[in-house]
Design a protein around this ligand. Structure first.
Ligand SMILES: [Zn+2]
Length: 492
């Protein structure tokens, strides 16, 4: 598997370069190279030789340690799924992805959905084609979406996620009503202030370091849309942005660092056998980023440690007390940008994406109607209507990047994160003291043992149940939301 691993890492490097450093004028010209690398990663993975090797390994899997046996079986599943696509299809989709992401970037900057619509149409068409190749019923478009969702969340029923999303939606609407009725408006002006961009840029790597990102085995860069990607053994990259204020910079990096810490602690055998087609739970991955971002970095004990340091970087914050700051980052407020939404309203954004993408994949929503369909979903949940496409359906890169069926995994992580963090806090009762000292060691070590090193043994639902003894649900998320907002708004 060394050859497809090397090609996969090379492809990852190309995609990372396109998103981080490549000048906009040059991206379309890189289409050929990106297609070639994606195609080679695929071709060298789906060989008969690798198929035979995996069959042999699966035959002796019972003699391997549990985690490695699970990895071998999951790799075989990935192999079978990769083999459903011929290399020409992979290259064709990669070509659309490169052009589509490039156009999305400009369309988003100009808030012009019409500019993006032709490329999005191409992406939707090839994604439907992929669903059919992978076993969906060509005559029944409602079967397309579950097939796509399972690419990102193997073994989970989308109906279970939809039920949790609907439950969270109702909870959020009710909470926003109670927040309005409380008459309390916490101070949040400091989140809108203009901060020195150089100081914000310096803040980002410091945040990553504090929460436990290992800079000897990775790096940080600025980008349009924050993300985390593995570029090789001992090389995990995160990005952040400073264009959306202090909270956007801080929590964006804390989030991506949470992803990266998971990646930096995966078992060695996974990292040295890294193929693009590898299937593992994005919900589990997201639970780790949300745990760091929200579980730790929105808690008062953490800010008792970090707020004086933040005030030193940004002296104007001297006029904002610690209490005001902690309240300001634990509000429940409708807002337009998903990645910067508070914990309470976040799932309304993912639910909107899920419902719209399921609609356009099934043909129930035509491409021209996507902006309005998305805006209506946001209005129904949050009572605000995005004023333009950039703050509406164009804000996220995913559809242009071919990641259709991906959004529900964010909410799986959103619900799973608090459930797992609750268990950690039961197991390590002095967690608050650790955070007060800026010590993330016990948290990361616990997650490493219970989540990261488990590799691909469990699905998201299995892992939650194994760790907490309870099925995955919205319960812990609701408790976490209430513990954050209750003191802010004086709710019961
Ligand atoms: Zn994430």
């Amino acid at each position: 598997m060394q050859v497809p691993t090397a090609w996969s890492y090379s492809y990852g490097l190309e995609a990372w370069y396109q998103r981080v450093y490549c000048p906009a004028s040059a991206i379309a010209a890189r289409e050929f190279g990106a297609k070639l690398l994606a195609g080679m990663a695929h071709r060298t993975f789906i060989t008969d030789e690798n198929g035979q090797c995996l069959d042999d390994l699966v035959g002796v899997a019972d003699e391997l340690p549990t985690t490695q046996a699970a990895f071998v079986r999951r790799l075989k599943l990935s192999f079978d799924m990769a083999r459903q696509l011929d290399p020409e299809f992979v290259e064709r989709k990669e070509g659309i992805r490169t052009r589509s992401e490039a156009v999305w970037k400009v369309a988003r900057a100009e808030s012009n959905f019409k500019m993006f619509a032709p490329l999005l149409t191409e992406m939707i068409n090839i994604t439907r084609e992929e669903a059919i190749i992978r076993g969906a019923d060509a005559n029944n478009p409602s079967t397309f979406y579950p097939v796509l969702f399972n690419l990102y969340e193997p073994g989970m029923d989308i109906a279970l996620v939809e039920a949790m999303l609907d439950d969270a939606f109702a909870f959020t609407r009710d909470l926003l009503e109670r927040v309005r009725a409380s008459g309390v408006t916490p101070r949040t002006d400091f989140l809108e202030w203009t901060y020195d961009p150089i100081a914000l840029k310096d803040l980002c790597p410091d945040v990553a370091k504090v929460v436990g990102f290992d800079f000897d085995r990775g790096g940080f860069d600025l980008t349009t849309h924050p993300f985390c990607v593995r570029l090789g053994v001992n090389d995990v990259r995160i990005t952040g942005r400073i264009t959306n204020g202090l909270a956007g910079a801080f929590f964006g990096v804390a989030h991506e660092a949470g992803h990266a810490i998971y990646d930096q602690n995966l078992p060695d055998y996974m990292v040295t056998t890294w193929v693009e087609a590898m299937r593992y739970s994005l919900g589990v991955h997201e639970s780790q980023s949300r745990g760091t971002e929200n579980g730790n970095c929105r808690s008062r004990p953490f800010w008792e440690f970090y707020y004086p340091k933040l005030q030193t970087r940004f002296p104007r914050l001297q006029e904002v007390s610690l209490d005001e700051f902690v309240a300001g980052i634990n509000t429940a407020r409708p807002s337009f940008i998903r990645v910067e939404a508070d914990e309470a309203t976040y799932n309304v954004h993912t639910r909107a994406r899920f419902r719209v993408e399921r609609g356009f994949i099934a043909g129930d929503i035509v491409v021209d109607d996507i902006p309005e369909a998305f805006n209506q979903e946001i209005f129904d949940g949050l009572g605000i209507r995005p004023p333009n496409d950039a703050q509406g359906c164009l804000q996220d890169i995913h559809w242009g990047g071919g990641l259709i069926g991906y959004f529900p995994t964010y909410s799986i992580g959103n619900f799973m994160g608090p459930q797992v963090v609750e268990q950690f806090r039961q197991d390590v009762p002095d967690w608050e003291t650790h955070l007060r000292n800026g010590d993330f060691g016990s948290y990361n070590a616990w997650m490493c043992e219970h989540v990261h090193q488990r590799g691909m043994v469990d699905t998201a639902a299995e892992l939650v149940e194994r760790i907490t003894g309870k099925p995955l649900s919205t319960d812990a998320w609701k408790r976490r939301i209430m513990s954050g907002v209750r003191p802010v708004y004086g709710l019961n």
